[in-house]
Design a protein around this ligand. Sequence first.
Ligand code: NAD
Ligand code: TDX
Length: 349
Amino acid sequence: MKLLVTGGAGFIGSNFTRYILQACPGVSVINLDKLTYAGNLENLADLADHPRHAFIHGDICDRRLVGEIFSRGVDAVINFAAESHVDRSIVDASPFIETNVRGTQVLLDAAAEYWKDRFGGRAAAGAEEPVIFIQVSTDEVYGSLGPEGRFTEGSPLKPSSPYSASKAAADLLALAYHRTYGLPVVITRCSNNYGPYQFPEKLIPLMITNALENQPLPVYGDGLNMRDWLHVEDHCRALELVLFRGKPGEVYNIGGHGERTNLEVVQAILKHLGKPESLIRFVKDRPGHDRRYAIDPSKITRELGWEPRHKFEEGLAATVEWYIINRSWWERIKSGAYREYYQKMYGAI
Ligand code: NAD
Ligand code: TDX
């Protein structure tokens, strides 16, 4: 099977590429990535000479390039490519609309054309419809929860940030291509991921790397916002199941009952590192900050047999260890263009 993985030089995409090549000897990966500030070929360094991995530097918005890739033969697409950071979307929504909405539309167009040309727009009689397109989405499309309840696949879409609004738009487009053209699309909505190779603008790696440098840890608002943490490898395994056994037209929520307040997460990191809580700084809240996310994953568990394997405390300890061992990886990032962004966001805290 030839898989087109987009955004495969980012955090989840690079973990997925490594995972699927190892888990499935019959799968080869074409990895299309624009290498934005968040894309990093160092995330794929160990796969550079892998015989089943080919990297293409390019943009998912480039219809000609995407068409050319399809014409060389693609069995399925997993679309990770996105602008992914909420805070950046609040500063400037434009790249979010361009990549997350228009880029997804370009990929859907190419996939729909290919689906029509190769399969006449429908699976062979008697054959189960294969999944051709996985749109990797997020629980943020559902907006914020109150103190009770969990997001199900039927929860209304109420995105709060330009980022989550762009992801919701892409989800709706993908579902529309299923309805209109019969394109076998599946949407996955996963909760917050953590693990190796996560860009240090996101909560967990930002807090680990700042603490390692004895720098202040900026916690938004009262620190009591809740996120539902899932180890990236558990997300990758869920995507593998969806790819081979998912039902076209369906949405699958992915989450591992890993609810923690931000403050609990930050305190746990400091404890692992033996650093003092006096490093914590409560700073101005994020505008439109969602209070609580929690996923009900019972559909993917019931229908595809998925269960998370990583316990949060153990996964977090291993992640802290990864950032200690891979100091040069994040030091290179933090000393580059990212430094300017950090100054603008956090100033002198
Ligand atoms: P990331 O920012 O680490 O990586 C995104 C990758 O996409 C980068 O390599 C970047 O270069 C690439 N990219 C951006 N624009 C592109 C374009 N126009 N063409 C080609 N490549 C482009 O993001 P991530 O955290 O790995 O997230 C991956 C996907 O998973 C995103 O779609 C995100 O919405 C979704 N998601 C993330 C989380 C999370 O907790 N990180 C949770 C749920 C869903
Ligand atoms: O400096 C910070 N201080 C802080 O308190 C940062 C960067 C974040 N936070 C808070 C905001 C959130 O409540 O931590 C929580 C997590 O923040 P992020 O790491 O920015 O993640 P979040 O906004 O929850 O979005 C993430 O999960 C869903 C990903 O970035 C998205 O791509 C994914 O869709």
